[in-house]
Design a protein around this ligand. Structure first.
Ligand SMILES: [Zn+2]
Length: 415
């Protein structure tokens, strides 16, 4: 049995009928006749968009902003806050919050999520084990990848424990090796620990990179050179890369070319970095955003994501790729189409996943949003939508509003 999606508008504004067979798009045409017994979903008035993926979440921290304040509002304050309450994160609490957050993402159209899990002396591997349980429990519904985010050490004892904890995370079944080398006193040691662990385990690498407005930070360039010189080919993703956005343009462009050559995917996370960075500037604060245009011009893979979800790193967020895309338009100056490709195709490339498209043979993962234009679909955010994975409808949303009727304005006569 196949599914016929009829009357939709695709990302390029074409009116299309789409036949889905299993997990794939079987046919695309301006008009397709329903086959006998075929299920038909009328998507007239909907934009049929490649389903977004969240390439950089922290499900272990999600939905905790009300439990602890971020006293300084910046990255250091967020890390201090999360360490203060991590002891209260029981396995059940971690599983419950992560599952609830995944439900929010899925309702909005996100069918794949890469989540980091804190691994360190403050958390052991407790967060990772909980997120692996959520990953396995929801397999078949949402594709979840867990990244072992080995924490930057705050002491010599923590630094000594880091290799053992990361090795334990790999034994437990993490999908990806992570880290945050820019937060280490010895950045090279932090990058070497994660990189070498990924090489030994044969796993992809996803590093928090240069999450700072320090214009001298060059962790992304170091990473690109390490990937190129070693030929590491398991997939490398760099999240944040904020400093690239404040480098001189020629420096940023040169780094972007090396990043593209190394095949590194860069994930821009506008909401969290607009919140955390630039707080020490009294006026005209710089935007906490990587150099998305330089990266795209260089041919690098650029993904867009939401990062933290209502926790001390970002008290806002609605688990909605429309929000990340909207910020990439407003703060990153991408077109709406470029922004949607960043949160869908780009995000999935950063995760090593197939890219859905309204193209015969492509993966059939879509979100259909009722709207008059692509701008309205992305900006509207609260409008009706249908989430599709293959032939399955995974979620539907409807909006019911009651507003006093407003007639078109008529000219008011003045005398
Ligand atoms: Zn992060």
């Amino acid at each position: 049995m196949t599914l016929l999606l009829s009357g939709a508008t695709d990302l390029d504004g074409r009116r299309v009928d789409v036949r889905v067979d299993g997990a794939r798009v079987a046919a695309v045409a301006p008009s397709l006749a329903a086959e006998p017994g075929e299920e038909v979903l009328d998507l007239t008035g909907h934009w049929l968009l490649p389903a977004p993926a969240e390439p950089h979440a922290h499900l272990d921290k999600a939905l905790t902003s009300h439990r602890v304040p971020n006293r300084t509002g910046d990255l250091a304050g967020a890390i201090e806050a999360i360490r203060a309450i991590a002891a209260d994160f029981t396995h059940e609490d971690l599983v419950e919050r992560a599952t609830r957050a995944v439900g929010e993402y899925l309702a909005n159209g996100t069918t794949a999520i890469r989540t980091h899990a804190d691994v360190g002396v403050h958390a052991g591997t407790r967060h990772l084990r909980a997120l692996i349980q959520v990953r396995d429990a929801l397999a078949g519904l949402v594709r979840i990848q867990v990244v072992a985010l080995i924490s930057a050490p705050f002491s010599a004892a923590e630094a000594e424990a880091a290799p053992r904890l990361l090795a334990e995370a790999i034994r437990l079944g993490t999908d990806v090796v992570g880290g945050a080398p820019h937060l280490w006193a010895d950045r090279d040691a932090g990058q070497t620990l994660s990189f070498d662990a990924a090489v030994r385990a044969g796993l992809p690498l996803d590093l928090h990179t240069d999450e700072t407005l320090d214009p001298t930070a060059q962790g992304l360039l170091d990473l690109a050179r390490r990937v190129t010189s070693t030929g590491f080919d398991r997939g490398v993703t760099a999240g944040h890369c904020v400093s690239l956005g404040v480098h001189p343009l020629e420096v940023a462009r040169s780094t972007a070319r090396e990043v593209a050559r190394a095949g590194i995917g860069v994930v821009a996370l506008p909401q969290t970095n607009l919140f955390l960075q630039g707080r020490d500037a009294g006026v005209a604060p710089p935007r906490g955003l990587t150099a998305v245009r330089a990266l795209l011009d260089a041919g690098a893979t650029v993904g867009g994501g939401g990062d933290n979800l209502r926790d001390p790193f970002n008290p806002m967020g609605r688990a909605d790729a429309c929000e990340a895309a909207s910020l990439l338009v407003t703060a990153g100056h991408l077109s709406t189409r470029e922004a949607w490709l960043a949160v869908s195709a780009g995000a999935r490339r950063c995760m090593g996943l197939p890219v859905p498209a309204v193209t015969e043979g492509a993966a059939a993962e879509f979100v259909a949003i009722a709207a008059e234009s692509l701008d309205a679909a992305v900006a509207g955010a609260g409008t009706a939508r249908v989430v599709l994975s293959g032939e399955r409808v995974l979620a539907t949303s409807a909006v019911q509003r009651s507003v006093t009727p407003i007639a078109p304005a008529a000219a008011v006569s003045r005398s």
